[in-house]
Design a protein around this ligand. Sequence first.
Ligand code: SF4
Length: 135
Amino acid sequence: MKIVSACLSGVHCRYDCQAKTRVDVADMVKRGEAIPVCPEQLGGLTTPRPPAERIGDKVLTNGGADVTAEYQRGAEEALQIAKLCCATEALLKSKSPMCGVGKIYDGTFSGNTKPGDGVFAELLKKHGIKVTEID
Ligand code: SF4
């Protein structure tokens, strides 16, 4: 079983209420091969919500609000779902401060990226779940 970023499967869960649908990912969910999760929503953040980026050891919105605790809680809850369905792999939305793998937005809200993982991707790696980015 795989975990996938819910926005890739067509769920309108991004900060701006949009999805980033990938038909191949949605088809995996339809075939029962993958479970969609949105860790930002699972952490209690609203939709829509202000965009946020990783800055140092915190996650801050573009207005300066500290949403680190919500990100940590959401990543833990999504990990719990991954464990419940015995997921061994996760396909995650690229560049997101929560789901990004290997590169994430750089904290300047300019669209530029820096090396690093999102909070959820980092946690999955720590628990031995393979993570792959999907653009
Ligand atoms: Fe998509 Fe992940 Fe962001 Fe949710 S937390 S909107 S699943 S990238």
